[in-house]
Design a protein around this ligand. Structure first.
Ligand SMILES: Cc1cc2nc3c(=O)[nH]c(=O)nc-3n(C[C@H](O)[C@H](O)[C@H](O)COP(=O)(O)O)c2cc1C
Length: 330
């Protein structure tokens, strides 16, 4: 069975790519994912805040030294536990590249432009095959308009693209007024792909302490349908690569994404829950389904039930809403 797919211009042996998670922080886990059949891996993210904090600290340190303050009472040395997150991340890329045969996609997590984007070049130089940019932005300033939010994504993308030549993919949330138009604008600005969609973790209020606390819940399969719908709508209308992230737990979830038109299906929660070897089971189940349905390859099935190719294109739009409400019986 030919499971090959092309993602960000890179040929992959199959469409299953573990997304950024603690699993890709660990070399042994990454190796287990590769052994289970993963066709590429997205590394855990390096965060803009980490880079900025480190750059600021180093700038202060060197500035004080240059000014000859080394003997002065205000002299501050680097903290003893100072660890260079950026260097560690770059070394992590190098180790992953040495240990794995599959492509390694680095990940930068950010929400604004700054000098930090220059570190994207170091990521490229460390051997990353591509870069995923996760713009995790909550527009909590209610003066920020939708147009400004969109521009923020475009600005970060353009700043990063200026520094590197490897493919760049954008990991997006779903909360745009017009998801499709946003993707089209990102493509025009040079994005090589999009990963749809970020899961925004909602904080909770602790009823004992009244503190606002972070809460992390793993995903469930039905979440993949939001990804499937938008990939189905986008397929054939944009040329960049389409990846789904969120709620892909089984072969059925992954197959629906491919039928809709996805090039790649990411997995995270399912692998955290069931271990890296779960990926191998999903792959075998996918193969069995393709054989049963007499598909010769993943490429052949890709997009065959996209909006463009569906016998019922309206099913991806408002009509589906009416139908589903009317079909309910108490
Ligand atoms: C524990 C954990 C850590 C994660 N770390 C990152 C990260 O560093 N960068 C990132 O872009 N996404 C990160 N994610 C998000 C996942 O890559 C993925 O997009 C999300 O969990 C949805 O996919 P899923 O339903 O398969 O879990 C993380 C998710 C979890 C659960």
């Amino acid at each position: 069975m030919n499971l090959k797919t092309t993602y960000l211009g890179i040929e992959l042996k199959n469409p299953l790519v573990p997304s950024a998670s603690p699993l890709s922080r660990d070399l042994d886990m990454a190796k287990r994912l590769e052994d289970a059949g993963a066709s590429a891996i997205v590394l855990n993210s390096l965060f803009e805040e980490e880079i900025r904090a480190e750059d600021n600290m180093l700038n202060d340190f060197f500035m004080l030294q240059e000014e000859g303050h080394a003997e002065a009472s205000g002299y501050r040395s680097l903290p003893e536990d100072f660890c260079c997150e950026i260097d560690e991340y770059l070394i992590h890329i190098v180790h992953m590249k040495e240990a794995l045969e599959i492509p390694v996609i680095a990940s930068l997590n950010a929400n604004s432009v700054g000098a930090w984007v220059e570190h994207a070049l170091e990521i490229e130089q460390s051997g990353a095959d591509a870069l995923e940019l996760n713009i995790y932005h909550i527009p909590a300033d209610i003066n920020e308009t939708g147009e400004q939010v969109e521009q923020r994504y475009l600005d970060v993308l353009e700043a990063v693209k200026k520094n590197i030549t490897i493919p760049v993919t954008m990991k997006l949330g779903s909360q745009f007024s017009s998801v499709g138009n946003m993707v089209r604008r990102l493509e025009a600005a040079g994005a090589d792909g999009v990963a749809l969609f970020n899961r925004f973790y909602q904080p909770t209020i602790n009823l004992d302490t009244l503190e606002v606390e972070p809460a992390l819940t793993l995903s469930h399969s039905p979440e993949s349908l939001l990804r499937m719908r938008w990939i189905a709508i986008l397929f054939g209308k944009v040329r960049l690569s389409l990846a789904a992230t969120g709620g892909i737990h089984s072969a059925e979830d992954a197959l629906r994404i491919l039928l809709a038109g996805g090039d790649v299906t990411h997995m995270c929660s399912a692998l955290l829950k069931n271990g890296p070897e779960h990926l191998g089971q999903v792959l075998r189940d996918m193969e069995a389904w393709l054989e049963e349905k007499e598909y010769a390859s993943v490429e052949q099935m890709k997009g065959s039930v996209s909006q463009q190719h569906s016998p019922d294109p309206c099913a991806y739009e408002r009509a589906n809403y009416m139908r589903v409400l009317r079909s309910y019986s108490a």
